[in-house]
Structure formats: C-alpha cells, structure tokens
Design a protein around this ligand. Structure first.
Ligand code: SAM
Length: 399
C-alpha cells in the first residue's frame, strides 16, 4: 500500500495485491472507537480501517475516497454494513461539506491514511508504476490534468522544482532537462518511457532504489495536489470533530508529516507561551487540539518485516477540545505550497506565490530531522551499553 519509496515492493504475481492496512492497531488505539460512535474514514482505500471501525458495535462510518475504483470495490462492504456505512466518492479536502450534505455532525473520530493504495500502484493502467508499463496518468480520481499533461507541458524549471521539492530528487535539474529535450521529439505517453529517460540520466547506484522512484512520487503528489488536499482536510476535520473526538493521520512522506506536525503544534498552542507575546499582541486563540504521548508513532519491526510499505509510515494524533474551529490558517496552507513555483493551484485553487522563507523553513526542518535521528541513534547506542544520553534540550524525565 502506500506512498513512499517502497511502493512497488509487494506486488502479487498476476494482479494488484489487496492493500494491507498500515498501523491499523495503533490507529485504533489512538482513535479509541466506542460503541455507537460516529467516525469518518477519509481514505477508504480497500476499507481496512473502516472495516475495523465497523467491528465495534453500532458504530456508524462515513468513508470517502476520491478513487472511483476504490468506491466501486467497497460496495460489498456497504452491503454487509447494513446501513452503518456511507461510502462517498469525494476528495477529503471536502470532508466537511460531504458530512454536511449527509446531515452528519459531531464525529467522534476522523482518520486519514494518505497516499496511494497497493491497488493503485499495482494496476499498470493507472499509470503510477515505473516498473510496469502503462499510460502516464497517475490521477487518483481520473479527472483533471494527468502526469503526461504535466510532463509534456510544464517548463523545465517547474518540472525540476516538482522533482526536487516533492521527491527530494537530487538529480532534479538533470531529469527535467532530459524530459524537455526528449519531449521535443515526441510527447511522453507511457510510464516505461519516462522511467527509462530518468534511469538514463540519473542511473541507480548498486543496491539503491529504482532511479525513477523519487521523480514518480513527486509527479504523483503534484498531479493529485496531495499536500494542498491534506492541509485543507486537517482544517475540515477540526470543524467536524466533536469535543473529545480524535484525529489520527498516517502519512508516508516527510512533507506530509511536516504539515500534520505543524498543524497539531499550532492548534494545540505549542510553542507560543503567553509570556512570549509582544506587548499589545492579542492572545492566541484557544487550542482546538490536545496532543498527548510520544509522536509520531511508527510501525514495529515486525509490521515492517511483514509489510515493507509500513516502514516510512508515521502516525500523529490529537484530541479535540471544545474551542471553536479555526478553519484553514495561512500557516498550514503555506506548508502545502511548492516553494518558488508560481502556478500550481492548491487547496481551493488559490495561486501560489514564490516564497523564499518557506524554502529556508524546509531546509531547517531537514536539518532538524537529521539532528533528531542522530540523537536517537546515540540514545539507543548508549541505552544498549547501559548508559543514558541526555541533551540540554530533551525532557530528562522521559529518559
Ligand atoms: C493508503 S490508501 C488507504 C488505505 C486504507 N486505510 C485501507 O486500510 O485500505 C489511500 C487512499 O486514499 C485515497 N486518497 C488519496 N488522496 C485522497 C483525497 N485527497 N481525497 C480522498 N481520497 C484520497 C486514495 O485514492 C487511496 O485509496
């Protein structure tokens, strides 16, 4: 299942593998579904989370997916649920509007498991796969511009920005240059030709992932406006959750995780102590979420061994307070923008402005991530040898 670097790892011979839900037990643990509760699964996929929620007596579930194929495949579960499941084809950026249209309010839990499903990746005709030839499509809901449209029409620097920012592809400029050169001969129409072009200009090192992995991931994110959708959906989830309701988000990409992390930090009031306000500055709004426990939650070694796609999954969660919803704030929306690009629409089709500051923030975040990883590694080494590692910034009570 899922987005990320191992998307093509678990294809079953002879057809798409059924999506194996990632972090399902952990998601249920943080959602704490109760009998008779109302839940929203914003990414139905193969229905793994929805099915688990329906196992709790008398729950009702509204499930969404933008993919018409996922919705059609869910018909059997809708039938089995005997009126407790509403399954709707919609983007999760509209989850509040869809709930409203159905007269559903005050959800006890909202879950998002973002990215692509195994079925999407493994079906060559959907065009997500670099290892199976198919039309260069990648549209989850089969509408709007496809990956081929993007690849054949975007200027070279815009393509390079997509590969660099959404795929963290270091050979972004080389790949973009090769695409622009080759499309002048004939437009790209298939995944195999694009993958071959990428492999030619950015060959893989021995033992490394397929050279087209990052560029394909980046195109998919751009084609489906995945970051913009996520930013909008978090604000919408805040609006539909009841007091005491729980939000759980599983992501697979560092940019997605960063959006969720910063949304929850901003909404839980972290990092803004009243004593740090400037004189005359209005007090920040009441926190709409409480964030508890060590986050993000990641898959256990056993789950990763069974389902390699779980290895980049990160779960973050929050508990809704009774404070009024704030809606989508600029700070969250800004995270979803592609730096230095002028015209990819995001969220509700707002234009993007060039944003130098955001590039610096992104770079700082990557530095922070490396520092944290290094500290975690030191910590586990010291723990193994019976020592303790304490930095000046860490909470010593947890060590
Ligand atoms: C990782 S799968 C979810 C798997 C699911 N949790 C399960 O257990 O089977 C992600 C699903 O989210 C859907 N999706 C991705 N972005 C979406 C969006 N913006 N709105 C609605 N569905 C979306 C994809 O079509 C895909 O089916």
């Amino acid at each position: 299942m899922i987005s990320g670097r191992g998307d093509e790892l678990s294809r079953a011979a002879g057809g798409p593998a059924r999506h194996v839900p990632v972090l399902r037990a952990e998601v249920l643990r943080v959602l704490r579904p109760r009998a008779g509760g109302l839940y929203l699964d914003a990414t139905f996929g193969a229905g793994g989370y929805t099915e688990a929620l329906l196992e709790i007596p008398q729950t009702r579930v509204l499930a969404l997916d933008r993919d018409p194929v996922a919705i059609a495949a869910g018909a059997e579960l809708v039938h089995r649920a005997e009126g407790r499941l509403s399954l709707v084809q919609a983007r999760f950026g509209r989850l509040d509007a869809v709930a409203d249209e159905l007269g559903l309010h005050d959800f006890d839990g909202v879950v998002l498991d973002v990215g692509v499903s195994s079925m999407q990746i493994d079906t060559a005709s959907r065009g997500f796969s670099f290892s199976q030839d198919g039309p260069l499509d990648m549209r989850m809901d089969c509408t709007g511009p496809s990956a081929a449209d993007l690849v054949n029409s975007e200027p070279e620097d815009a393509l390079a920005d997509i590969f660099f920012h959404y795929g963290e592809e270091r050979a972004s400029r080389r790949i973009a240059r090769a695409i622009v050169h080759e499309r002048a001969e004939a437009p790209f129409t298939t995944t195999a030709r694009l993958a071959a072009t990428i492999a030619r200009v950015a060959p893989a090192k021995p033992g490394a992932i397929h050279p087209a992995t990052r560029a394909f991931q980046a195109l998919r994110i751009a084609v489906n406006n995945e970051l913009g959708e996520l930013a909008v959906a978090l604000g919408a989830a805040e609006a539909v959750l009841t007091e005491g309701g729980r939000l759980a988000v599983v992501s697979f990409h560092s940019l997605e995780d960063r959006i969720v992390k910063q949304f929850l930090a901003a909404r839980s009031g972290r990092g803004r102590a009243p004593s740090r306000l400037l004189p005359g500055e209005p007090a920040p709004p009441q926190p709409t979420f409480v964030v508890v426990g060590k986050q993000p939650i990641v898959a256990t070694a056993a789950e990763v061994a069974e389902n390699p796609r779980a290895r980049s999954a990160k779960l973050r969660h929050g508990l809704r307070t009774g404070a009024p919803a704030r809606g989508l704030e600029d700070s969250t929306e800004r995270l979803a923008r592609l730096p230095a690009r002028a015209h990819i629409p995001i969220g509700r089709n707002r234009p993007i402005e060039t944003d130098r500051l955001q590039i610096e923030e992104l770079e700082q975040d990557r530095v922070d991530e490396v520092v944290h990883r290094f500290r975690d590694m030191l910590q586990s080494n010291f723990q193994r040898t019976g020592h303790r590692f304490a930095s000046r910034n860490c909470d010593k009570t947890r060590m």
